[in-house]
Ligand binder design. Structure first.
Ligand code: ZN
Length: 261
């Protein structure tokens, strides 16, 4: 069955989010065939929600310096090849393919605007107010503002391991943040407040089940979660257990660094 615009609009309507602003994480493939692909999904998102934001992160700009602060989960001077391949950030740089095709398609929409962080920018339609909240020291601030505006996270065929809003709540809970560096036309720029690893985030599901709205569209499940409840759940988990939501991979530098501290 090919999914059409109407299927997406009906599905989004079933979430009953009203005029609430949303941050969307997505996998187009998870839905099965969609008529006109990501264009149709972006059209549907723009029509169904008053404000839509997506991550348009650009990891290609990242460089590793020779030295830097201690306890930063990074091996200084180790990434010569990566450094040589790094690209200068520009506002037209495509979103990293890790985020799927939908953010990049939305970024290119004529009504879309993008914030200017060289690693972790967001793009949005009718989201200027939220995008403007981003600063170099608080680059996830758009998500904080979204929470204050009773916003929702919409996970389209993806799980919490890509849910950036959990990083913002981790920061509010006082979890260690890291420093990373980006190549820009003005030179190498220090980016403080870089979050930890998200591979262990799926365990928040049990705390959020009762607040999560779900709808099936084709082969994909769309979940919507109120940011207020998500932030509360993450902060409460980390208050009870400072090692909550870390991943179990032995070689994960950032999770291991947090365990050490
Ligand atoms: Zn990890």
């Amino acid at each position: 069955m090919t999914i059409r615009l109407r299927d997406l609009l009906l599905g989004f309507r079933e979430l009953h989010l009203g005029e609430a602003p949303v941050i969307v994480h997505s996998s187009l493939k998870s839905f099965g065939p969609v008529e006109d692909g990501a264009q149709t999904v972006v059209h549907a998102l723009g029509s169904a929600f008053g404000t839509v934001m997506v991550p348009t992160f650009t990891y290609k700009t990242m460089v590793t310096p020779l030295t830097g602060p201690a306890d930063n989960a990074i091996t200084y001077g180790s990434d010569g090849n990566q450094n040589r391949m790094a690209e200068f950030y520009t506002s037209k740089m495509p979103a990293d393919p890790l985020m799927g095709i939908i953010p990049e398609t939305l970024r290119r929409h004529p009504l879309a605007r993008r914030s200017s962080h060289p690693i972790q920018s967001f793009a949005g339609i009718n989201a200027e107010k939220f995008l403007a909240a981003q600063t170099m020291s608080n680059h996830l601030a758009p998500l904080g503002l979204l929470e204050q505006a009773d916003g929702w996270v919409v996970l389209m065929g993806v799980d919490h391991t890509v849910n950036t809003s959990i990083h913002y709540a981790e920061k509010l809970a006082g979890r260690k943040q890291f420093v990373r560096w980006a190549l820009t036309p003005k030179g190498v720029v220090e980016c403080p407040g870089f979050p930890g690893c998200s591979a262990g985030f799926q365990s928040i599901t049990t705390d959020m089940d009762k607040f999560t709205r779900k709808v099936q569209i084709g082969n994909g499940t769309v979940q919507a979660l109120p940011l207020k409840m998500l932030f509360r759940a993450v902060i409460s988990r980390l208050t009870k257990d400072p090692l909550a939501l870390l991943c179990q991979q032995d070689d994960c530098e950032r999770c291991n660094q947090i365990r050490k501290l």
